[in-house]
Structure formats: structure tokens, C-alpha cells
Design a protein around this ligand. Structure first.
Ligand code: ARG
Length: 465
């Protein structure tokens, strides 16, 4: 064995030093040091278990724990020296432990492998990440529910095909966004159950010859269960893929909100004002106030969708058990976590500050003949067949387009040109309020329903804490 090969924790069987490029190419410490805290927690639990089953003495365990805690402090203080020669976070910390406490440090790795160690670290990391994301979802939802409550009566045009369809309330629209987040939340809670199972004890792939007690380590680390099969435990990253899929859906939802905010903030729609602190200007056009935050969130959806595909492709066709391919799971995962957290944070901060331009929304709702369906329903209720009433109202709209007049602004005589069945009571139906109030059933847009839905949403959110 050469001196350089001796540098490595696995150098025993090697006769030449690792190629310098290969060393850098295969190392992961530059990014997996993000899991240092999880790695230390996992090692402390492992050492504690080894002592409980008699593989380590209590004194050895204590020495290891003290050493690891000192290393934690060094890392937190930024004084820890990470070395690419030591490949990854696991070997960097283990080598430092031996530096500090001598021979006992070399006993920590008894009965485990980096394969079950890394699988454990990543699950611990993701568990924390999911908890942080759940918190941000709740913060955003709380903001949306308050906005919905405040704007329960505010009328805007509802769209299909981005063409004015029927009036809806702004509160109802905000609660539609909120529903998406309820499902995103549920998906992450469900995914967390499968993340929160412990691979430690799988060792390299087949388990270990030491009398380990995996229930002790699982309990110490807060795992709800154990990966039942060692080969599966060290190799599958399906839980990470699931998390990436749930994240891609969150981003997809945020991208939809973003698209709407960008449209609404335009001079053409002019439905909302985004606070200046969430916007930027143009270096050339003095009048510009750009909705950068929603645009950027919309754009960042691309990278999260990409990470999902990366992880799926990384896992595809991998034979059992651990393969180095799996080292590639970390960067997409870390970036997914950071991106989703930042985007949710931006939204949770921005939503309560949205300024809603009620008058403009109302004008827009009137402009698009949004109560045409109400007129058709009115005729049906007076005995006209729906297809005939559709035809009658179509003609009335045609007249309104030519005369530049909304249905509600026509005289009774004008309306009666299209059907003699129409009487004075039609005007109550043709107003925007009449239209939204008429949709008064569970899930409908009537302000009364929005207020009831707000109460239910608040109760559901309150169950979380
Ligand atoms: N850095 C590795 C990873 O991220 C740790 C596990 C390496 N195991 C091994 N036998 N080379 O997956």
C-alpha cells in the first residue's frame, strides 16, 4: 500500500493513490456536508445502541458522543475543515472523530456501512425538510383564508378559456387556490410516513453479524418504523422520488397562481396591485413595475419538475442493492427543498399584502356579458327549453355587442324583443350580485357559501397545531 492510498479510510487493498480527477469526480462532500447534523445524530444513536447491546463499553460510547458533539460545534462555528480526499460527509466526520479521540473513534463504524448511514441521513434530512415545508404551506393557507374572508363579496369575472364566463367572488377564487394546498399538504404528510422509516442496520446490504437492536436506534432517531429488508433499505430512493413529485405539484400550483397574478397585475387586467416590495423596476422604462416574484416562482417550477425526472431516471434499472448512482440523489433533492421553501415563503409573505381593485374587477365582470347564463336559466325557469333559451340569449348578446350595452343595462322593451316571456323581475337576475348569490350551494361562489367555506377551512387549519 502506498502512503497516499493509506490516506483513505478504505485504503487497505489499494496499491496506488486515487487519480486526482477521479477523487474530485467521485467526492460528494461539497454538497452532502449539508447533512452533517443528521450524520452526527445518526452516529450518536448508533453508538448508543452499540453500547446498549454490549458491542461498545459505556466509556467508549461517551467518548464517541463527546467527540461528535465537539465536531458539531466546529461545524456550526464554521471551523471544521472539510476535505475532498475524505470523499463525503460521513468519512470527514469519522476521520475527525478519530483525530480527536483516537482509537475509540475507529470503533464507531462497527456494524454499519456508509450505505445504510447515507440512506438514514437523507431520510432524516427530508423529514426536517418536509416539516419546514408543511409550516410554510400552513402560513400561506392562513393568508389565503383571511383574504378570502375579507373579499367574500368582491365580484370578479370568472373565466373559462380566459374568456369571461360567469361572475365569481374573489374570495371563492382564493379558496380554490387554498384547496390545492390542502391536497399538497396531505400528500406531503402521507409521503412523510414512508420517509420516516429507518434503513440503519441494513449495513452494506445484508445486515450485520453484530447483535444490533434496530428498535433502539429507531426510537432514538424518532423513526416510526424500520426498513424491513436490508437490500431494499440501502438501495431504494422511492421516498425521495415521491417527495419530488409532491414538490413538483406544489410548484405547479404556485405557477398557476403566478400566471394569474402576472395577468391581474397588468395594465390590461388591472385587478390587483402587488406591493412595491415584491416588484422591481426596469432600467430603461421608467413606468415599469414588474411582478418579478410571481414570474420567478413560475420559472422555478421548471427546475423542480426537472429534479423529479432526474430522480426517476437515476433510480430506473438499478439492480440491488446500493450503487454509487444514488449519490446523485442529493443535489436534486437539496435544490428541490430550497426552491419549494423559498417559493412558498415568498407567497406566504406576498398574499396578505395583495391589494384588490374591486371596482376594476366589477367593471370587467360587467363588460363580458357574464350574466348571460343567468338570463338563459331565467327563461328556462319560465318554461322555455334550455336550447331555445340559449339561442334567445345569444341573440340578445349579439344586440348588446352591437349597441355596446350589457344585458343589465338594456330596457325591458329591448329585452322583450328577444322573448315576450321576459318581465320586470329579470333585472334582479341580471345583476352581478344576483348571479353570484344564486349559486348558493356547497362549493358554489355565493358570498354566503364563501363565508361558510372560510369557517370550515379555518377549522381544518386549526387542527394542524
Ligand atoms: N457518498 C455516498 C452517497 O452519497 C455514501 C455512500 C457510499 N457508499 C459506498 N459504498 N461507496 O451515496
Amino acid at each position: 500500500m502506498t502512503d497516499q492510498a493509506q490516506d483513505k479510510l478504505w485504503g487497505g487493498r489499494f496499491t496506488e493513490a486515487t487519480d486526482a480527477f477521479v477523487e474530485a469526480f467521485t467526492a460528494s462532500v461539497t454538497f452532502d456536508k449539508k447533512m452533517a447534523e443528521q450524520d452526527i445524530n445518526g452516529s450518536i444513536a448508533h453508538a448508543t445502541m452499540l453500547a446498549a447491546v454490549g458491542v461498545l463499553t459505556d466509556a467508549e460510547k461517551q467518548q464517541i458522543i463527546n467527540g461528535l458533539e465537539q465536531i458539531r460545534s466546529e461545524i456550526r462555528a464554521g471551523t471544521f475543515e472539510w476535505s475532498i480526499k475524505l470523499e463525503d460527509v460521513h468519512m470527514n466526520i469519522e476521520a475527525r472523530l478519530t483525530d480527536r479521540i483516537g482509537i475509540t473513534g475507529k470503533k464507531l463504524h462497527t456494524g454499519r456501512s456508509r450505505n445504510d448511514q447515507v440512506a438514514t441521513d437523507i431520510r432524516l434530512y427530508m423529514r426536517d425538510a418536509i416539516d419546514a415545508i408543511l409550516k410554510e404551506i400552513t402560513r400561506l393557507q392562513t393568508g389565503l383564508v383571511h383574504l378570502a374572508e375579507r373579499e367574500a363579496d368582491t365580484i370578479m369575472p370568472g373565466f373559462t378559456h380566459l374568456q369571461t364566463a360567469q361572475p365569481v367572488t374573489f374570495g371563492h377564487h382564493m379558496l380554490a387556490w387554498n384547496e390545492m394546498l390542502f391536497r399538497d399538504y396531505e400528500r406531503l404528510v402521507d409521503c412523510r410516513k414512508r420517509v420516516n422509516r429507518m434503513p440503519l442496520g441494513s449495513a452494506a446490504l445484508a445486515g450485520t453479524t453484530y447483535p444490533i437492536d434496530r428498535t433502539i436506534t429507531a426510537k432514538l432517531l424518532g423513526f416510526e418504523g424500520i426498513c424491513e429488508n436490508s437490500l431494499d433499505g440501502v438501495s431504494d430512493r422511492d421516498f425521495a422520488i415521491e417527495f419530488a413529485a409532491a414538490s413538483a405539484l406544489i410548484m405547479t400550483h404556485l405557477s398557476r397562481y403566478s400566471e394569474e397574478l402576472v395577468l391581474w397585475a397588468s395594465a390590461q387586467f388591472n385587478f390587483v396591485d402587488l406591493p412595491d416590495r415584491f416588484c422591481t423596476g426596469s432600467s430603461i422604462m421608467p413606468q415599469k413595475k414588474n411582478p418579478d416574484v410571481p414570474e420567478l416562482v413560475r420559472g422555478k417550477t421548471g427546475r423542480v419538475n426537472g429534479h423529479l425526472i432526474s430522480l426517476l431516471t437515476l433510480m430506473k434499472s438499478q439492480c440491488l442493492a446500493y450503487n454509487k448512482d444514488n449519490q446523485e440523489d442529493k443535489e436534486p433533492l437539496f435544490d428541490t427543498v430550497e426552491t419549494v421553501l423559498n417559493c412558498l415563503r415568498a407567497y406566504a409573505d406576498m398574499v396578505p399584502a395583495l391589494q384588490v381593485k374591486k371596482d376594476n374587477m366589477r367593471e370587467a365582470a360587467k363588460r363580458g356579458f357574464s350574466t348571460a347564463t343567468d338570463l338563459a336559466d331565467y327563461l328556462v325557469k319560465k318554461g322555455v327549453a334550455f336550447r331555445d333559451s340559449h339561442e334567445i340569449v345569444g341573440k340578445a348578446v349579439g344586440y348588446g355587442v352591437a349597441q355596446k350595452k350589457d344585458l343589465a343595462d338594456m330596457t325591458l322593451a329591448e329585452l322583450q324583443q328577444f322573448s315576450s316571456i321576459i318581465t320586470d323581475d329579470v333585472f334582479a337576475v341580471l345583476t352581478l350580485e344576483g348571479s353570484v348569490n344564486a349559486r348558493n350551494h356547497l362549493g358554489g361562489t355565493a358570498p354566503a357559501q364563501v363565508k361558510a367555506a372560510v369557517v370550515r377551512a379555518k377549522a381544518k387549519l386549526a387542527e394542524r397545531t
